[in-house]
Each structure stands twice: as C-alpha cells, then as structure tokens.
Design a protein around this ligand. Sequence first.
Ligand code: KG4
Length: 340
Amino acid sequence: MSDIILGIESSCDDTSAAVLCDSVLLSNVIASQDVHKAYGGVIPELASRAHQANIVPVVSEALKRAGVSPGELSAIAFTRGPGLLGSLLVGTSFAKALAIAADCPLVEVNHLQGHLMAAFIQQKDVPARHPSFPYLCLLVSGGNSQIVRVDSPLDFTILGQTIDDAVGEAFDKCSKMMGLGYPGGPVVDRLAKLGDPKKYSFSKPHIPGYDYSFSGVKTSLLYFVRDRMAEDPSFMENNKEDICASFQRTLIDILMDKLVKAAKDTGIKEITIGGGVSANSELRARITEEGKKRGWNTYLPEFKFTTDNAAMIAMAGYHHFKAGHIADLSVAPAARASQL
Ligand code: KG4
C-alpha cells in the first residue's frame, strides 16, 4: 500500500508544505517572505510572524493540489531543526495540531537530512535519476557549507563543514557591503557572468581536512573594496562585474578543492549538491566539468528542490516513517543540529 506523507518546512524564511505518495511528488507549495529584503537579511521575529500568517493557506493549498484530505495522510513530517527557533515553533505546533486532528502519526525531520534526500524526489512524467549509496553531497546554503557522506537514507556522516561563515553568508554579506542587494547569491551570480574571474585575487584559507572557512575571503574582499574606493569613489560601480566574477571564482575554488579531495580519499564517485547556493550557475558548471574529468556521476537537483522546501522534508520523513520512527506529541523544536 502507498504511503501519503505531508511535509511541513518552516526553519528559516520559506513556509512550505508538500505531499508525497511514496517517493512521487503530488504537490509542493512554497511561500517566500519578501519582508526581509528591506533589511538585507532574515529578521527572525518577522519570519515567525510571516510563517504564522502563511502556514494555514500553504498547507491547505498543498493538500488541495495533491487531491488529498487530512484523513488520507499516512504521516505528517515536519522540520524539527536546525533553524530559527520562532520559525520552527510555528511549523512544529501546526504539525502537532494537524496530527491530533487527523489522528495520524507525526514524524520529525532534521532539515539537513531533507537536503540530502532531495535528489530522491520523483516527479510524475520525469524519468527518475538519483545517486546510489554511498554518495557525497556538497551542502551549501545560507547556514551550511558541508561535505556529507550518505550511506543510506537514514545514515549520513558530516566529513567537513565550515568553521565560521557559510558560503551563502559570504555571498550575502559581501553583496550587502557592495550595495548590490539581498539575497546576494543570485545578484553576484548574474553580475559575475559579465566579468573577468581572473581580474582580482582574494586570499584563500588553509584549513586541514575537509573543513571550510569563508570569513577570511570575505574580509579580504571588504578591505580590497574599502582601499580601492578610498582612491577612486567610482571604483565599485565601474568594476562590479569583475569583482563579483573574481570573488565568486574564489568561493567556488574553495568549495571544489575540498570536494575533489573528499571524492579522491573516499573513492566515492556519486556526487550531488544541495542548499540555496547550489543554484549558482558557475558551481553547477564546475561540478559538471570536474565530474566529466574525474568519472563522477553527478546529480544536480532542480533548483526548486535545492532551496528550502517541504518536498525534501516529506522525502526524509517517508524513510523515517517506513523505519517506524514516530515522534511523541511532546516533541519540541531544536535550533541547533547538535540538539537533534
Ligand atoms: O537553502 P537556502 O534557500 O536557505 C538558507 O540556508 O537560508 O539558501 C539561501 C542562500 C542565500 O545565501 C543565497 O544568497 C544563496 O542561497 N543563493 C545563491 C544563489 N541563489 C541563492 N548563492 C549563489 N548563487 C546563486 N545563484
């Protein structure tokens, strides 16, 4: 018999609900929050309030598009963490209430595991293609920069992670500092296409193992722009394409160096990516190019499944449900991954 899973995601600034029938996606609704744009970053209190306003219409729409009623659900999977506590509270409380009302099991999901499982979401009429186990996932977002080894749907190991800023944070903070807007990644990506990636160079970190660091390159860019602007106030305006291209190339070189090292050391050639930064056109091109050179099987999930979405939460929830992992109704959200 098929299992119908409702996924609910509210860890940051996207309210999302999705319905999955086994691994096949029936609906995926996402309400993004424009309210943060004016501040150049996510304001936690405003995010919680927007989730509160969005959650009922988003879940109703997801069920409607899927043609499923609450009574038909096999389980409700929700993001327990990591993320913003106030945001997580909205999704968690809603999931509990609906589980009681629909008399159906509740399944908690680690947001990170959702990103790892995104490659397995099947769409009707789209040929299924996903990595085989074990695979490596480069997970890059506004809050994470990690290389994860995935041995089965419920078994993963973080091989390396950032010791300071996440790569998405580096994109966002530098874009804000350069006056280019928020979120920074898409703007830098767009401008970089028009610039010379070799024009300027920024310092790269020397961190052992598979860990990352992005605060040094961020500081290097800040000082560079400050010093050049002191000499020529129009420097930024006249050179923003080259600065973005050079900065982006530096970030991607850092990401790729460690991914290549992890693939070589583990012998794993199944490679996937996840998180908002995996939308970056240059990163996608570099992974594809490296993959061809090194005999990797690369899987680049569609953008709508790489940023925060409930389809990936339902996908991970499905595996937990099959394994009998049912959450207690006293479950509380956890802001940090170490608390999960
Ligand atoms: O996974 P995600 O939606 O949620 C958070 O972790 O918050 O990732 C958001 C991040 C932001 O830092 C944004 O600048 C970045 O993903 N991003 C990109 C691109 N599109 C979004 N970074 C680089 N290039 C892009 N095209």
